[in-house]
Design a protein around this ligand. Structure first.
Ligand code: G6P
Length: 370
């Protein structure tokens, strides 16, 4: 029963636990049944004319914006296509100049966000192809866009977006793979290998969810904190922004995300024994750099929670105060696995503080006015 709470105390927790299913259901639509490779449904691929896309603008708000920020790395690294993301309320009034043969992608759970809709209308006036990634297929944004790429997260009731975010991520990933293939940036074998890795994501999410009790204990990290910081590099930088947003939305702890490399340009001035820092740093090419940032925080008595994978935790030694070891997974799906831990961390922190998790103060599920 997708519309009820089932046995869960909150919709948010139920929606977090639905993710193996909602991500798989979404991925299935973007997987070629015979080849088991990712891509877009034929009609959408033809309409977008993937081979000719020169650049991508992505416009959205809130959590959907952070999904696009993660995918920027995929469009650039997998497909070699320049991409730019913007917040809809900025984009619509900046009247941006749009490059020829570019496309504009609007990501929205509800498909009704006023600023995102206005940005879509602006792009249509400019005559560029518009693509909507929406969870509600009957929504205004879905109706007005040239092409719709649905997410199949099912109804999301909790105000803090969880399963819609991971569904957006997998559609964006399929989109990046489709462009990469159409433009010859990845060959057939590379697409097959990458798809194979991506299709393990639901079992990786299951494993992350099985760590719920371990993650719950780590909320002690935020005990009595007025401020908390989230740091990450590369694709984990936008995830740090999303992790901080999740925490502030439902626990009301002031939280900010930063790029780890920017630490020394300002945020480090804020570090004290009372500012918990979450480092999102799986074991990848940038791990050593993140570890040295982590040590800089620890040297200033900042309590550090390292969110990593088993390999990363083993390499970090005693540097972090606390740590969460997510299962080792293929690198491409790790951001989605880390997301689950960030969601659970925010959820349990909010429950510990006794806030109204599903209906946080002052927030609305869908913002249909400016
Ligand atoms: C509101 C919600 C957020 C959501 C944002 C964008 O602020 O509380 O959870 O991310 O709107 O909504 P959309 O429906 O466009 O994804």
């Amino acid at each position: 029963d997708e519309a009820g709470k089932g046995n869960y105390p909150h919709f948010m927790l139920k929606e977090i636990f639905e993710q193996p299913r909602t991500v798989k259901r979404t991925l299935d639509v973007y997987t070629h049944p015979a080849h088991q490779t990712l891509g877009l449904p034929r009609a959408a691929a033809d309409q977008i004319n993937l081979a000719d896309v020169s650049s991508i603008y992505m416009v959205s708000c809130g959590t959907a914006h952070y999904a696009t920020r993660v995918s920027e790395y995929w469009f650039e690294q997998l497909a070699g296509v320049p991409s730019k993301t913007d917040i809809a309320s900025e984009f619509r009034y900046r009247r941006p100049a749009l490059a020829k043969n570019s496309i504009a992608v609007f990501v929205s759970q509800s498909g009704e966000t006023a600023d995102t809709l206005a940005a879509l209308r602006y792009c249509k006036e400019q005559g560029i192809k518009t693509v909507a990634i929406v969870n509600v297929q009957t929504s205004t944004i879905a109706r007005e866009a040239d092409v719709v790429l649905p997410t199949y997260a099912g109804p999301e009731i909790g105000v803090a977006s969880t399963k819609a975010f991971t569904a957006q991520l997998v559609v964006l990933l399929a989109f990046a793979v489709a462009i990469a293939e159409a433009q010859g940036h990845l060959d057939e074998a590379e697409v097959a290998a990458l798809s194979n890795d991506i299709l393990t994501v639901n079992s990786a999410i299951e494993k992350a969810l099985s760590l719920d009790d371990v993650i719950k204990k780590e909320v002690i990290h935020f005990e009595q904190a007025a401020d908390a910081f989230y740091l990450g590099r590369g694709v984990y930088y936008p995830l740090a922004l999303e992790g901080a947003l999740k925490l502030k939305e439902i626990s009301y702890i002031h939280a900010e995300g930063f790029a780890s490399g920017e630490l020394k340009h300002g945020p480090i001035a804020l570090i004290t024994a009372k500012t918990p820092v979450v480092f999102i740093a799986p074991f990848d090419d940038l791990f050593e750099k993140s570890l040295s940032n982590l040590q800089e925080v620890a040297a200033r008595s900042g309590p550090v929670l390292l969110l990593s994978d088993e390999k990363g935790i083993a390499h970090a030694g005693s540097a972090p105060t606390r740590s969460i070891a997510l299962p080792n997974t293929p690198e491409i799906i790790m951001p989605i696995v880390q997301t689950v831990a960030l969601q659970l961390l925010a959820y349990h922190a909010a429950v510990a503080l006794g806030t109204d998790v599903d209906q946080p103060r002052n927030l609305a599920k869908s913002v249909t006015v400016e």
